[in-house]
Design a protein around this ligand. Sequence first.
Ligand code: BGC
Length: 530
Amino acid sequence: MALETQTKTVVGQFEYSDEDVNKGVAEFLRQMAEGLEKDGASMSQIPTYVTAVPNGTEKGLYMAVDLGGTNFRVCSIQLNGDTTFRLTYTKVAIPRELMVAKTAEELFAFLAKQVEIFLRTHHGEHFEAHIRRRMTMSSPEGFKDENVFRLGFTFSFPVQQLGINKGTLIRWTKGFDIPDAVGKDVCALLQTEIDKLHLPVKVAALVNDTVGTLMARSYSSPGKSGAILGAIFGTGTNGAYVEKLSNIKKPLAGEYDKSTGEMVINTEWGSFDNQLKVLPNTPWDVQLDLATPNPGIQMYEKRVSGMYLGEILRLTVIDLLKNPDVALFKDDNSSYNDWKSTTNIAEHSPIYKQWGLDTSVLSVAAADSTPELSILRQELEANLHIYAPSLEDAQAFKAIAGAIGRRAARLSAVAIAAIVLQTGKLNDPELDEPIDIGVDGSLVEHYPYFRDMIYEALRVIKGIGEEGAKRIRIGIAKDGSGVGAALIALVAARMEKSTSTADFISDLRLNAKKTDLTAVPEDSELAAGE
Ligand code: BGC
């Protein structure tokens, strides 16, 4: 079969029609309601118990750590007491072997070690002073509480939250698999390792990255009302939104403030439709799922997030390569090849290795609009070791990669639309400003036209349409997970006092005028709002 025809067939299998999108939204709303009713539903809909608020007058040094997937970040925030702050951070890749370590201790000891290195590097004086105090301390209760850093822990995996700094791991995602940690309190796991190193650090708040993103976006978004949704489209995908308390039918175990009538819910939408009632399911989706440590789980995430898109593409390409009738990356089809060169794939090409293709290849393919697709062809040579690919090869590769990316964006629109509809904001006559959504993650940031494709899908959704789509503002909340965790950590100390969520959001927004959280530069230190 000609390559072009075969490519069309494959591309067709990734098509996710307008009708599919609408069916997806209806089912998403149903599964959201189910998760609000009972534990153990496909979408966990986890209540977060976030109630305490900063008012901008706090002073002191706070910390945040962020375990999200590929990297571990450690940050500190110096609060100046006048709503400004200074953020410092370092980032380290998580060694693959630790993602599947035998014991939780191995991973958490590594994390605590990074906290120690960070403290020594960036807060040496404070750290040394603490050590001196400990050595000269005569009182048995050890160091004084005010000398201890309050730490916000962004832990971006499904956790049953039991309080502001207590939560048990429900399951691992994104390639992590340490069964020993499941069911344990992740704050306690981290605190134990921190204590072993005698660090002056108290794990004060446990936060999902989506909750941090929602907080950071609420803090910084323009307008009177806060964001309704914080969403991540990165290595994994998930969203946290503001829900009416009256819609949360399942029992809430922990203490919480009822005054606002609302609570932030961590949806864990990565596991939307694990039953595959409405999610698309190509042979390559099936293959990918079977080869993961968590088959049958996170089925939505496995079609949407950065960790998986490269692998779907790889499996698709491998199938085409195996077919002797399809002339992909085979010299006989290379009419535009340099006449002296021969298309060939190196034995060690990442195309032959599980997880060998990074999702960034999809971004390169989508971004290349040169007539000869020369950028993509260079990428195929340099990084995939596929030598002398023809224009037709590159066109086929681009078409398939594009179809996978487009399907991911349209599926993302399903979640966003369902949450917008769930909040009822489009029908709120009082609301005279955009419905604000904060997003973060490599896909929304780097995949060309990802947000445009989301909007295109939003426009065809019943209950949203052209007009509704115009009212939805999707804005980047860069590094919201780190900043959001620190914001929650800084007020965790105030948890004993009664403060309301309404104050929280309004204080955050008040401070936004002075402090821009949307742009965190690459280098490790910045002063915000100064
Ligand atoms: C996790 C979520 C997280 C998301 C984005 C998912 O795999 O289950 O808790 O928010 O990834 O990082």
